[in-house]
Ligand binder design. Structure first.
Ligand SMILES: Nc1ncnc2c1ncn2[C@@H]1O[C@H](COP(=O)(O)OP(=O)(O)OP(=O)(O)O)[C@@H](O)[C@H]1O
Ligand SMILES: [Mg+2]
Length: 252
C-alpha cells in the first residue's frame, strides 16, 4: 500500500533529518515507527503527508509510493483525497469551534460531501462516545485526552485508507494510553491501515504488526512487533546505543 524507498530529507542546508529511510505498510497492517526525540519520526510523517514545505524541509532523494502512485510533489490536499491523512503531533484542533464543528470542517477540507459527512460523523461518534456527549462543547474545553480523540476523529472524517498518527499518547495518563491503543485497534479492525509514530514503545508494539526503529534519521531496526517487544536491543537504541542489526534480515 505504502512504499517508501531510500528517502532523504533535509531542513535548510545544514540539517539532514532522514537518511536512506525505506519502509512499507501493507494493506490492513498497523506499522509502528519508534525512536527517541529528534530521531526523525515526525519528519517522516510530514514527508508522507506532503506537509514538509511548511517546516522548511525537503525531500532530496528517494521515493514515496502510495497504492502505486508517486506522492512526491503532490499537494497535501490531493494526498488526503488519495486516501492518506496525518493526524499531527500536538492535537491540532480548532479550540474556538465546537466538537461537531471541528468534524464538519475536517470533512469539508477533505472534500467529503455534506450529506455523506453526517454518516461518517456517526462512525466517529460510535468510536468516541465521549465526543458525541460533548458535541456542542467548545473543543478548547475538552480534556487533553479528549482533544487527542478529536484530533484522530478529525483525521477519520477524511475516510483515509492509511492513517498516520504522530504520538497519539503524548502527555496522556497511563490509563488513557491504553484506551488510545484500543482505539487504534478498533480503527484498524474497521479497515483502515495505520502508520503509528510513538515514543510509548510498549503500547505501539502491542497494537502493531511490524515496527521500524529510527535513530538519528536512519532505520536501525525493523521486524515483527513481537520480536522487537522482546528485544533488549530496543532499550539500548532508546538510550542512544549503537545501531542494532536488522532483526528480520532486511530493511522493509
Ligand atoms: N523545521 C525544522 N528546521 C530545522 N530542523 C528541524 C525542523 N524540524 C525538525 N528539525 C530537526 O530534524 C530532526 C528530526 O526532527 P523530528 O521532529 O522529525 O523528530 P521526532 O523523531 O519527531 O522527535 P520527537 O520525538 O521529539 O517529536 C531533529 O534534529 C530536529 O531538530
Ligand atoms: Mg515528533
Amino acid at each position: 500500500m505504502l512504499k517508501v524507498t531510500q528517502l532523504h530529507v533535509r531542513y535548510g542546508t545544514s540539517v539532514t533529518a532522514l537518511t536512506d529511510v525505506s519502509l512499507g505498510v501493507g494493506e490492513g497492517e498497523v506499522v509502528a515507527v519508534l525512536g527517541a526525540n529528534g530521531a526523525g519520526k515526525s519528519t517522516l510523517l510530514r514527508a508522507l503527508s506532503g506537509t514538509l514545505p511548511h517546516h522548511g524541509g525537503q525531500v532530496t532523494r528517494g521515493s514515496i509510493e502510495f497504492e502505486g502512485r508517486d506522492l512526491l510533489g503532490v499537494s497535501p490536499r490531493r494526498i488526503v483525497r488519495a486516501g492518506l491523512i496525518q493526524s499531527p503531533e500536538g492535537r491540532r484542533i480548532f479550540k474556538g469551534l465546537s466538537v461537531e464543528e471541528n468534524l464538519r470542517v475536517a470533512a469539508a477540507g477533505a472534500g467529503i460531501p455534506t450529506r455523506h459527512a453526517a454518516t461518517v460523523r456517526r462512525t466517529v461518534w460510535d468510536l468516541f462516545p465521549r465526543l458525541e456527549q460533548r458535541r456542542e462543547q467548545s473543543a478548547g474545553l475538552l480534556s487533553g485526552g479528549e482533544q487527542q480523540m478529536l484530533a484522530i476523529g478529525r483525521a477519520l472524517m477524511a475516510q483515509p485508507r492509511l492513517l498516520l498518527l504522530d504520538e497519539p499518547s503524548l502527555g496522556l495518563a497511563p490509563q488513557m494510553v491504553d484506551s488510545v491503543g484500543a482505539i487504534i485497534e478498533e480503527i484498524h479492525r474497521r479497515g483502515t491501515s495505520v502508520l503509528l509514530v510513538e515514543q510509548n514503545a510498549a503500547m505501539a508494539l502491542a497494537v502493531s504488526d511490524r515496527a521500524v526503529v529510527l535513530a538519528s534519521g536512519s532505520v536501525c531496526a525493523t521486524g515483527p512487533a513481537d520480536h522487537l517487544a522482546a528485544s533488549d536491543e530496543l532499550r539500548d537504541l532508546y538510550l542512544g546505543g549503537t545501531p542494532a542489526p536488522t532483526l528480520d534480515g532486511a530493511p522493509q
